[in-house]
Design a protein around this ligand. Structure first.
Ligand SMILES: N[C@@H](CCC(=O)N[C@@H](CS)C(=O)NCC(=O)O)C(=O)O
Length: 206
């Protein structure tokens, strides 16, 4: 059955088109143009109570009934559990993946989003805010680089934790980050960018 994907051309949206491509699940894209405030329509609010993309509706939920899921981390876990893929099965590996997924959702996403805002979009250039979020971005890339010096992918094998992190790293230039300064991240980034499913997912919505 076809999964309905509500998304836009942003890192959080692309996490979900990438995972759907990786899993080979059929999906239909509903672009929600957040620059035109389409995320605030009453119909979208019914699916996504926080008025943000991404969200999905799976007509074949866990009990066979339709289910709506919002929050990109929850959607990634939902789809991994639905298919039994892209998430380690052993408990230790599972907690590795959960930790790095939570790290992305709580840090390497919100903080980089603030860096995008203050470096690119804010009407006023506020030096304090630019420094604060640029420094935090660099600190987070350091954390990721150290981790990727020990393992090929953030939770060992390629998983939803990598899929959550990659589209944010894809905007490194917006964050004032040169990947060459983080050689382990660069190796990981190039490997993921070369995956056919990632190329397709990163082009959604077209
Ligand atoms: N924690 C949420 C964040 C979602 C989010 O920030 N979505 C942005 C686009 S990347 C959005 O819809 N922004 C519209 C708005 O804030 O009005 C998730 O990971 O799904």
């Amino acid at each position: 059955m076809t999964i309905e994907l509500y998304t836009w051309s942003t890192p959080n949206g692309r996490k979900i088109s990438i995972v759907l491509e990786e899993l080979g699940l059929a999906y239909r894209v509903h672009p929600i143009n957040i620059s035109k405030d389409e995320q605030f329509t009453p119909d979208f609010l019914k699916i996504s109570p926080n008025n943000k993309i991404p969200a999905i509706v799976d007509p074949d939920g866990p009990d066979g009934q339709p289910i709506a899921v919002f929050e990109s981390g929850a959607i990634l876990l939902y789809l991994a559990e639905k298919t039994g893929r892209l998430m380690p099965r052993d408990p230790r590996g599972r907690y590795e993946a959960l930790q790095w997924l939570m790290w992305q959702m709580g840090g390497f996403g919100p903080m980089l989003g603030q860096a995008h805002h203050f470096r690119r979009f804010a009407k006023e250039q506020i030096a304090y805010a630019i420094d604060r979020y640029s420094n935090e971005a660099r600190r987070l890339y350091d954390v990721l680089d150290r981790r990727l010096g020990e393992v090929d992918y953030v939770a060992g094998d390629y998983s939803v934790a990598d899929i959550a992190t990659f589209p944010w790293a894809a905007r490194h230039e917006w964050q004032g980050i040169a990947l060459e300064d983080f050689p382990n991240v660069k190796r990981w980034y190039d490997a993921i960018a070369a995956r056919p499913a990632v190329k397709k997912g990163m082009a959604v919505p077209g």
